[in-house]
Design a protein around this ligand. Structure first.
Ligand code: NAP
Length: 301
């Protein structure tokens, strides 16, 4: 057992997956939880996710680890609310997809004697809510931690042990670097997927039923990504603004270069470009972060 009591605040996909994974591996004596709506709390109780509390104060009281698992834009207010109820020596972490903005919003509320170690599991699905979680979500995925300078080494080790206990690989980096890496690997790709699905939706010469009926692999994968939670993704773009705009600028330049190659019939440019990008896919598979099965292992439907 790593912690006597873990409090999960927000009972969505990430928190509910953590509850399952912590219970399955016996990583905590007790898991408490709180969500803002009575409906989400009732669902969590119904599926016996953890000891669900009716106030956030009750959920965090006596907890050794408090996990903030709400949308990025809600973290600051939540930190202010829990601050008076934190046990000295406890650790607060979060699972937000952006790190600098969360640190700016949360750190000022953390009382003296409480550790704050921000984190981000690189794992998710397009589903939300307490019913969407499952114990193996974090298996073989990265859990990035962005410990502040002077962070207590024992508190950090303990949190790392919890992440590893849930099956994740742990790495640490600074928050600005995290935000840039994620702008490349997650945030901008999501924006592109949202855009492409939006374009298809706007294209009145192709009917909605054709878009759905003849949906080929590329578009289908975009629609899965573009089905992600709107609140979560709104907050990500509002808070990881600089890095996303930087990557989007580069993306637009590359897109124009490819557009020009198509117009000029420059097959060599296109072939060379696609050869380079294919190698990146190979690298992701070799790193064990995806399957090489055709159609991402989904099989024909
Ligand atoms: P989710 O399934 O949508 O659940 C969000 C939870 O936060 C719900 O319990 C919701 O409560 C609560 N909440 C929403 N707005 C709130 C507010 N203003 N104040 C207090 N509580 C609020 O979300 P999730 O996918 O678990 O994401 C949680 C965090 O993990 C986000 O910061 C996200 O960036 C990060 N993350 C997500 C993924 C992913 O793929 N989903 C991956 C890595 C990290 P109610 O149900 O009562 O409204």
């Amino acid at each position: 057992m790593i912690y006597d009591r873990v409090a999960l605040i927000g009972l969505g996909l990430i928190a509910s997956s953590m509850a399952h994974a912590i219970k399955a591996a016996g990583l905590a004596g007790e898991v408490t939880g709180f969500a803002r709506s009575a409906e989400t709390r009732a669902t969590a109780r119904e599926i016996d996710l953890c000891r669900v509390c009716d106030t956030v104060a009750e959920a965090v009281a006596g907890a050794d680890l408090i996990v903030l698992a709400v949308p990025v834009g809600a973290m600051g207010d939540l930190a202010a609310e829990i601050a008076p109820h934190l046990k000295p020596g406890a650790t607060v972490t979060d699972v937000g997809s952006v790190k600098q903005a969360v640190i700016e919003a949360v750190a000022p509320h953390i009382p003296e004697g409480v550790h704050f170690i921000p984190g981000h599991p690189l794992a998710g699905t397009e589903h939300s809510g307490p019913r969407s979680g499952f114990a193996s979500l974090f298996r073989n995925r990265w859990w990035l931690l962005t410990p502040p300078e002077g962070c207590d080494p024992a508190a950090l080790r303990r949190l790392e042990d919890l992440c590893r206990g849930m099956g994740a690989n742990v790495d640490t980096m600074d928050a600005p670097h995290h935000d840039l890496v994620l702008a490349v690997t997650s945030h901008t790709p999501h924006l592109i997927a949202y855009t492409m699905v939006g374009v298809a939706d706007d294209l009145r010469r192709v009917t909605d039923s054709e878009v759905i009926r003849y949906s080929a692999a590329g578009f289908r994968d975009f629609t899965r990504i573009a089905a992600s939670d709107p609140t979560m993704w709104r907050d990500i773009f509002l808070t990881n603004k600089a890095a996303t705009l930087d990557i989007l600028g580069r993306f637009t330049e590359e897109l124009f270069a490819l557009q020009r190659a198509i117009r000029l019939g420059d097959g060599e440019h296109l072939h060379e470009y696609f050869t380079r990008t294919r190698a990146i896919r190979r690298g992701i598979i070799d790193a064990g972060q995806d399957t090489s099965a055709p159609d991402f292992g989904r099989g024909e439907k």
